[in-house]
Design a protein around this ligand. Sequence first.
Ligand SMILES: [Zn+2]
Length: 86
Amino acid sequence: MRLIFRLFLLLLLFLFILRPLLRSLLGGLQSAVAKQEPSIPAGGELKKDPVCGTYVSAATSLSQKVAGELVYFCSSECQAKYRARV
Ligand SMILES: [Zn+2]
């Protein structure tokens, strides 16, 4: 009986040690899946919305020229927020 108890403790210890490892492994898998996730129209260049941080397609998003550089927005609301900020 004592041996089983010891094995059980060892198993718990192993789980405790391996848990962060497993989590990082799973996290790596999730980010790998997430990287394939965004559905961008073919040839569309991705631009970051400076307001909400969303990546938007340059072809389909709203854009505005700021200081000679085009800035892209996911929505007119973000564009309005940006305008209010500048
Ligand atoms: Zn936005």
